[in-house]
Design a protein around this ligand. Structure first.
Ligand code: MN
Length: 272
């Protein structure tokens, strides 16, 4: 059944994730025959481990791969991509906090756009384990390939693929996950998404602890709680603070030296 695994893994009474509308899936599958390009998205998911969920619309669902390190624009870098269960089309706009259960953590919509297969038969390409395509997202563009590797990664079985950028004008050395870390939906970081959701629920339902991710989550919760409680008490993160333009001619310190920083550093706690 379509989306069977997706539904099995989740309790829709406790997760804010979409439950998966089968009529919508059927409608999208039907529409697909008439359109060349289809929906794609990447969701940055802070769960027990940080990873990037790479999703391509096909036959009315989102084919999904979990990419631990995220996509790379450098053509020599092959990123492991573990194929996971198909996700519903509606998942493609989801961003928020999954307080408990499967995938508990924070989901950020990291990139979104369209993809176009560079093969005539996508099902055959998937079966063969070699899918070439182009992406037209905000962050990811140009020509890519997903190649299945069997048995090269312990425990991976035939679910392990590699996501690789092909050489074109969009390839390069920029570390895109570092360069463009935020949401394309809300422009927020994880803590902004958390603060916009319900931190009280979050604090009483902490997901998997331990390891780096656990520490990271604890820090995120703290920061989000501070944002929620008092608003502006938190010092902005280093790289978020824009450098004041160095104006040599105006080097004289302002008389009100201890003036509060302008509230212009506010970064998208508002959801769009
Ligand atoms: Mn995930």
């Amino acid at each position: 059944m379509v989306l069977e695994k997706y539904k099995q893994k989740r309790n829709f009474k406790s997760t804010p994730e979409p439950s998966g509308d089968l009529d919508l899936a059927a409608a999208h599958a039907k529409k697909q025959g008439t359109e060349k390009s289809r929906f794609f998205c990447v969701q940055k998911h802070l769960a027990s481990h940080l990873h990037y969920d790479f999703r391509l619309e096909h036959n009315g669902v989102l084919l999904s791969w979990a990419v631990p390190k995220g996509p790379a624009l450098d053509t020599k870098t092959k990123r492991l991509a573990m194929m996971v269960e198909d996700h519903p089309i509606e998942y493609g706009t989801f961003e928020g906090v999954i307080p408990e259960g499967y995938g508990a953590g924070i989901v950020m919509l990291w990139d979104v756009g369209t993809w176009t297969p560079q093969v005539d038969d996508v099902d055959a390409a998937l079966k063969k384990g070699d899918l070439k395509f182009t992406l037209d997202g905000y962050k990811l563009k140009g020509s890519w390939v997903l190649v299945r590797t069997s048995g090269r990664y312990p425990g991976g079985g035939n679910r392990s693929w590699l996501l690789i950028k092909y050489k074109d004008e969009w390839a390069g050395d920029v570390d895109i996950v570092e360069f463009a870390p935020k949401s394309v939906k809300s422009n927020g970081d994880f803590e902004d998404i958390l603060a916009a959701d319900k931190p009280d629920v979050w604090v009483s339902n902490r997901p998997a602890k331990g390891g780096e991710a656990g520490e990271m989550l604890a820090k995120i919760i703290e920061r989000a709680a501070a944002l929620k409680a008092g608003g502006k008490t938190e010092a902005p993160a280093k790289k978020a603070a824009p450098k004041a333009p160095a104006r040599k001619s105006a080097a004289k310190p302002a008389p009100t030296a201890k003036k509060k920083p302008a509230p212009a550093t506010k970064r998208g706690s508002k959801r769009s």
